[in-house]
Design a protein around this ligand. Structure first.
Ligand code: ADP
Ligand code: PHD
Length: 419
């Protein structure tokens, strides 16, 4: 058994979907679980629709645009035989509208998951129809019935024991006749049948969950890059490809924010000793990067740029120092609101954290702590981390923009700056 994951970019239009089916044809002798994300930028579009709805604004145009986007992919994939798939799409959009009418403003996280999950429900349905038409021996499995989570909506925690049992049962029945099974990334389900999501860009993690629970031979994540490089090739022109990475190095890169892999992906694979390949969907003949149990330690610098960052500074204004009790108060609130710290620093009277821009969560946090601290807040920043840093690279990264916070250890450098 192998697990393949195709992200938004690899299924963003009809041509990309056809390319995906060509990739599958290269593996005639493998049983493969195919984990798919929402097509293109659908998740962002659904977030926009949800926010319009929560602000009591019209959602009609945004829904129509999203429908048209998927309908045009269907038209190109099925040519004159699109009626059945189009009808399926119409039905899913009817369900989406019903769910939007039902959302409760007081339950933001739960509403978010019930709406945003439609992206993967749509993509998996269209892809199944297309792959069946192309005569792939394939069926669809519902990730909500396989990945059991708690009720931490938008960042659900996996119940590994239950998920293992559920996945084993479903997989055993699906693969008796078929070579492939397609499922949704990013989604899970609670024991009460509610839909959850695993955190933005969580489909890589879904692939790792399926691999861990089936003890798969390998996971392959098909991306729009040749593999993992020592910097995002879209931003760092001279970035070089790692042919091999240890689980440790890969996990560290994702921790600092290398968006190529979701941070929760590596742990289950490392625990089970399952290798992960990151390969280019436009050059599937190339090997890409393998992440596995190896002793390699790279000495070249690695640059990780994390966008959409906020800097929050908690200050005491009456000349008392920040005590451990006050740190405790801040950490406790961060934990409760599921806000992760990407970098932090303190002075005698202040404590600053760099966190992901998540207005909803950050508003709640600041409201809660505003009576204890004076709070300063900057958004729209970026956090740059250089592993194995050197002076010239540090100077290159510090240049141009305003610096809000920086830190250097012997090997690593981090800076929060304007964009
Ligand atoms: N170190 C890196 N190596 C390769 N790609 C990177 C790296 N850091 C960031 N990226 C970015 O990750 C993107 C692929 O990840 P992502 O957009 O999540 O793919 P998908 O949604 O298709 O799974 C690339 O387009 C690239 O811009
Ligand atoms: N569609 C979800 C989950 C995901 O992982 O997507 P992608 O594989 O395209 O990054 C998101 O955009 O967050």
């Amino acid at each position: 058994m192998q697990v393949f994951k195709f992200g938004g970019a690899s299924i963003k239009d009809a041509e990309a979907v056809r390319n995906m089916s060509e990739i599958l044809k290269r593996f005639p002798d493998e049983k493969i679980i195919i984990v798919v994300s929402a097509m293109g930028k659908t998740t962002n579009a659904l977030e926009e629709i949800l926010h319009l709805k929560l602000e009591d604004l019209s959602i009609d145009t945004a829904i129509q645009d999203l429908f048209k986007y998927h309908a045009s992919i269907i038209a190109k994939l099925f040519e004159n035989d699109e009626a059945k798939t189009l009808q399926l799409l119409e039905q899913i959009f009817e369900d989406l509208k019903i769910k939007l009418a039902e959302i409760e403003k007081s339950k933001y996280d739960e509403s978010y998951d019930s709406i945003i999950s439609f992206g993967e429900m749509i993509s998996s349905s269209i892809l199944l129809e297309f792959l069946v038409k192309e005569r792939f021996p394939i069926s669809k499995i519902d990730a909500k019935d396989c990945i059991r989570t708690d009720e931490t909506f938008r960042d659900a925690l996996v119940d590994w024991e239950q998920s293992k049992k559920l996945i084993k049962k479903v997989i055993e029945s699906e693969f008796t006749q078929n070579q492939f099974a397609i499922t949704q990334g990013f989604l899970g389900g609670t024991k009460h049948g509610k839909t959850t999501t695993l955190g933005r860009e969580g489909s890589d993690f879904s692939a790792a969950i399926f691999a861990y629970c089936t003890n798969a031979k390998a996971v392959t994540i098909w991306k729009d890059v040749p593999g993992i490089l020592n910097g995002d090739p879209k931003k760092i022109k001279d970035a070089v490809l790692y042919q091999e990475l240890s689980y440790q190095e890969a996990a560290e890169m994702t921790y600092y924010g290398a968006s190529v892999i979701h941070p929760k992906t590596i742990k289950p694979l490392a625990n089970a000793g399952i290798p992960m390949h990151v390969r280019s969907f436009s050059s599937p003949e190339k090997g890409g990067t393998i992440i596995h149990d190896c002793k390699i330690v790279h000495e070249i610098p690695c640059i990780i740029i994390k966008e959409k960052q906020s800097l929050i500074t908690f200050k005491l204004t009456d000349f008392t120092f920040i005590t451990e009790a006050l740190f405790g108060k801040i950490f406790e609130a961060l934990n409760r609101h599921h806000i992760k710290i990407n970098m932090m620093q303190n002075t005698a009277i202040s404590f600053s954290i760099c966190v992901n821009d998540d207005l909803h969560r950050l508003d709640q946090l600041m409201n809660e702590l505003k009576n204890d601290f004076s709070i300063l807040y900057n958004k729209g920043l970026e956090l740059i981390t250089i592993k194995n840093c050197n002076d010239s690279l540090v100077e290159r990264m510090r240049a141009d923009k305003e610096i809000y916070m920086e830190q250097r250890t012997r090997k690593n450098y981090q800076v929060v700056k304007g964009v």
